[in-house]
Design a protein around this ligand. Structure first.
Ligand code: FAD
Length: 388
């Protein structure tokens, strides 16, 4: 990393420390002024940078690291934390299916205990260390809410948790905002009841409970197995006659064996018709019969959809069906000059996952080459994982 980049990163960190120090100091002496007004007094309402990266997921951070290494002044903002998607969507202690070297960013090695694939928690620790090691200027809990201008002079508004607005002036914008914002729904009555959830979270909560897991792909199968191991009784409802063909090869034999033994209760070839506080009505598609199942919890594991509203706000065209943005694959520049897309944000709602961390490393070098006017590096086509 260049000396200039380090100085820029230190300046941004210095500014943040300064803001906090001033707030603390004033609070000590003038306890009558409320904290929110104090914050507003010292919160910098406008900031400048060459490149504003929206999204501090792995791909946004990789773009920032690559741009920074090329001497560009870069800032990253995120509506949540670093790796927000991984923190919120990975169940506790879930391992990546990618091996660590394929998840590494900016050439920083990821140590892994017992040479295993990393868990979500391991990876979040790794992302923190990348940010610290490279002094990447990341502002968490700063959501992009609006934008104006054109290539070379954009104004981007962000809003923090207490509602304060900051305007960023920037030459380029990179939208690395992810593609899995919303959980898919079934579209049946009762989906919003209190005992229906969409994320496994910590499986401990299902101890001693009857849980209907809906879905037949990796997340559903992993959830059913973990609920069983956490002392819950899992019922698996899926519309297919068998679990999905791309279920991870290390999960399939185990779940099939447990279903055969009745330890995970097989409700393949069924469709959820409605959910009530008392039961779930399942239609058996082969017989046409409806079964009312009494369970304590319902866990919908149906995959995710992209929320493309932020892309649209920047004027990026998105496909009305898939939500995929329009962009040039060589440069990752969208139909709006100066606005680039990266990572899962480029793929819209994915039926089969083809764009993920492993396959998105190339985005960073393409974007930075386009911004700096260098040749786009020739990179081999990343491999697709069979279980993705
Ligand atoms: C259980 C599970 C297992 C997985 N295993 C693998 C694997 O083995 N290998 C692999 O390569 N991938 C895997 N993935 C997928 C991987 O997590 C995603 O591909 C990756 O997180 C995408 O990175 P990203 O940077 O493109 O987007 P994200 O990580 O989704 O980051 C987007 C960021 O943008 C922020 N953001 C969104 N809107 C705004 C806004 N308006 N203003 C500011 N910030 C905003 C969000 O808060 C978020 O932090 C897995 C996912 C799951 C759920």
């Amino acid at each position: 990393m260049g000396k200039d980049t380090t100085i820029m990163a230190n300046k941004a960190n210095g500014r943040r420390l300064f803001e906090r120090m001033v707030i603390r100091q004033i609070q000590r002496t003038t306890w009558l002024i409320d904290a929110r007004r104090l914050h507003a007094l010292v919160y910098a309402p406008s900031m400048k940078t060459d490149v504003l990266v929206v999204g501090a997921g792995p791909v946004g951070l990789e773009v920032a690291a690559t741009a920074s290494a090329k001497g560009l002044d870069v800032q990253v903002v995120d509506a949540g934390v670093i790796g927000q998607t991984i923190m919120s969507q990975f169940p506790t202690a879930t391992r990546f299916f990618s091996s660590p070297e394929r998840l590494e960013i900016a050439g920083i090695a990821m140590p892994c205990s017992a040479e295993e694939k990393p868990t979500g928690e391991d990876y979040l620790g790794y992302l923190r260390s990348v940010v610290q090691t490279l002094h990447l200027p990341v502002r968490t809990f700063e959501r992009v809410v609006d934008c104006r201008g054109q290539a070379g002079s954009f104004e981007v508004d962000t809003q923090n948790q207490v509602g304060l607005i900051r305007t960023w002036r920037t030459k380029h914008v990179v939208l690395a905002t992810g593609g899995t914002q919303h959980s898919r729904t079934l579209g049946v009555q009762g989906e919003d009841l209190g005992h229906v959830s969409r994320l496994l979270g910590n499986p401990h909560r299902f101890f001693g409970r009857n849980v209907l897991v809906v879905g037949g792909r990796n997340s559903a199968i992993e959830s059913a197995l973990r609920i069983f191991r956490a002392g819950g009784k899992a019922w698996l409802s899926y519309r297919g006659e068998a679990i999905h063909e791309r279920v991870k090869y290390w999960l399939r034999p185990e779940v099939e064996a447990l279903m055969e033994e009745g330890k995970i209760v097989n409700r393949l070839s069924t469709l959820v018709q409605r959910i009530t506080p008392e039961c779930v009505d399942l239609l058996h598609t082969s017989t046409g019969k409806v079964e009312s199942l009494v369970v304590d919890d319902v866990l919908l594991q149906l995959g995710f959809e992209q929320d493309s509203s932020i892309l649209k706000r920047f004027g990026v065209d998105v496909d009305s069906d898939t939500q995929q943005p329009t962009f040039n694959r060589d440069t990752m520049e969208s139909n709006v000059p100066g606005v680039y897309v990266a990572g899962t944000a480029t793929a819209g709602t994915q039926k089969r996952f083809k764009v993920y961390i492993e396959t998105s490393h190339v985005h960073a070098s393409r974007i930075v080459a386009a911004m700096t006017g260098n040749d786009v590096p020739q990179t081999p086509q990343p491999r697709l994982l069979p279980e993705s």
